[in-house]
Write a protein that binds this ligand. Structure first.
Ligand SMILES: Nc1ncnc2c1ncn2[C@@H]1O[C@H](COP(=O)(O)OP(=O)(O)OP(=O)(O)O)[C@@H](O)[C@H]1O
Length: 274
């Protein structure tokens, strides 16, 4: 572990939201680190606070207690070294496919020459299978295509950190697999540190070096799973017995948290709590 260069750290993080129905404790005493070049997935029941954690790394939200650190410094706000990919695609409806991909490359933080920008845009249009739609607007694309466009936008600016919230959720199974492999390729080409939220244990296992299983609210780290498979990953890995065994084990853990969440909800109903 001596070479482990930690980039992101959650230090006893708690997050409380004040709402009209009282306050909600979303995270409680969450501590973990993400090393340079690591791929860490967050899995856990819906609503347990995964997006909130990612938002804190992105700098969109501050913890209520504890701290979220980037290279040892508290994160104060967004930065161009951290690329966030949202569940709701994050594409601009008023820009064409090519202009969406080029957008980040025109911003000061990531500016490149016109020729280089065209090269990058062409590369990702091709890679994402959007060649026929380069001048189309997002509203004319299918959900899956919009998601591929959002991926192209995130990759084009080549951030050091990719913060991804269910980036493949709207894709059909085949495209999803292709996009997972593409992400691994992108990471293989240029070292990146990734945090990914997914509801798919299979996806988490295939992509990650570690998986954090998050408990029902208030979320804590229920278990950290070191994924024992090396990179590059291949289709054979998905079919292996070792993969299937670990998948069952992690699914079981996640199901237990879903069950805990349901039983908490039932208890609240009977005691009349918000
Ligand atoms: N800005 C906010 N104000 C009040 N409550 C919020 C806010 N953001 C999130 N919450 C609440 O915090 C809880 C956790 O939300 P979050 O989106 O982080 O969960 P999640 O694990 O990412 O869920 P999912 O897997 O369904 O996307 C939810 O109950 C949500 O309603």
């Amino acid at each position: 572990m001596s070479q482990y260069n930690e980039r992101i750290r959650f230090e006893n993080v708690g997050k409380v939201f004040d709402t009209d129905n009282g306050s909600i404790q979303v995270a409680e005493d969450v501590s973990f680190g993400v090393g340079d070049g690591e791929f860490v997935s967050l899995v856990g029941p819906s609503g347990c606070g995964k997006t909130t954690m990612l938002n804190m790394v992105a700098g969109f939200m501050q913890p209520t207690t504890g701290s979220v650190l980037l290279d040892g410094q508290p994160i104060q706000g967004p930065g161009s070294e951290r690329g966030m990919m949202f569940q709701d695609y994050g594409v601009f409806p008023w820009l064409s496919v090519e202009d969406n991909i080029a957008f980040g490359l025109r911003l000061r933080a990531n500016r490149v020459t016109d020729a280089r920008r065209r090269e990058i845009v062409d590369h990702f249009i091709e890679l994402m299978g959007l060649s026929e739609f380069r001048r189309a607007y997002p509203k004319t694309l299918s959900g899956g295509m919009r998601q591929r466009l959002a991926l192209a936008r995130s990759y084009a600016v080549n951030p050091e950190f990719l913060l991804m919230d269910e980036p493949f959720g709207a894709l059909d199974a085949q495209t999803r697999t292709a996009m997972q492999d593409l992400l691994l390729n992108v990471m293989g080409e240029v070292r990146k540190t990734v945090m990914l939220i997914t509801h798919s244990v299979e996806e988490a296992l295939y992509l990650s070096s570690r998986i954090l299983v998050i408990s029902a609210r208030p979320s804590r780290i229920r278990r950290i799973i070191e994924v024992p498979f090396g990179f590059p990953r291949t289709a054979e890995l998905r079919d292996s017995a070792a993969f299937a065994d670990l998948r069952s084990e992690v699914r079981e853990l996640v199901m237990q948290e879903y069950a805990a969440q349901e039983s908490q909800a039932r208890q609240k109903q009977t005691t009349g709590q918000a």
